[in-house]
Write a protein that binds this ligand. Sequence first.
Ligand code: IPD
Ligand code: CA
Ligand code: CA
Length: 267
Amino acid sequence: MTDTFTSDATDDILCVAVDAALLAVNVIMSAKDRQISSEHKGKTDLVTEIDRAAESIIISSIKDHFPFHSILAEESGKQDEKSDILWVIDPLDGTTNFVHGYPAFAVSIGVLINGVPTIGVVVEMPNINLYTAIKGKGAFVEGKPISVSTTSDLIQSLLVTGFGYEHGDNWNTNMDLFKSFTHKTQGVRRLGAAAVDICHVACGKVDGYWEFDLSPWDSAAGIIIAAEAGAMITRMDGGEYSIYDDQILISNGQLHDRMLQEIKVYL
Ligand code: IPD
Ligand code: CA
Ligand code: CA
């Protein structure tokens, strides 16, 4: 089906996305201090009943308002209604952190319109920060505008990266990159929640982020927020980034070429 988009339509979608994300936050935060059993999707890739409960409340909430939109969600896969609007959902980004009580996890909901990332909502937890953006309308945390840092020297920068669950060639390359960037910057952090990492670039807490092997739901919301905050987003080889790519580089813009140069040595 074909939908028509006005500024009001994107505002409406953002409202539904925020409400859905906050319902999931309630589910997650009220379970945070309980003993949660986890299952293994892979050797170290965990899923809990809370990931599933959060996803189900998000999807019901979207369907109540937009029954014909398409959905791609981490735990339940794709529900393709052939709409021009695709909701891409990570109900709990940073499940491993959540299970261990490590304080960096998030709900992430991105909306693509005709394939273009257009609306993003990330709620960072357990210290709640609600990040929102609509393409062309700026990025916000808790309603206040945010922008990337102005650091232009690599040696002055603080970076963040992540390591996926597959320990193959990309993982090895990233170990080398981690070492190299750690040597040439003020440090590289590794939080374990990609949506949070990306929002931290957006609000200038870190100056750049890269990672291999993300899934679409890890980056779909964050890239809109980061782009609207002034970030530059490409593949790690400098090419145009899509949420279906297996590599991403996000920076404050000023450090982008310098980071690409560094990464090129190891790709
Ligand atoms: C993971 C986190 C982690 C990243 C992994 C993701 P999950 O998401 O974002 O930081 O390194 O690649 O899969 O499994 O906790 O939703
Ligand atoms: Ca994730
Ligand atoms: Ca997840």
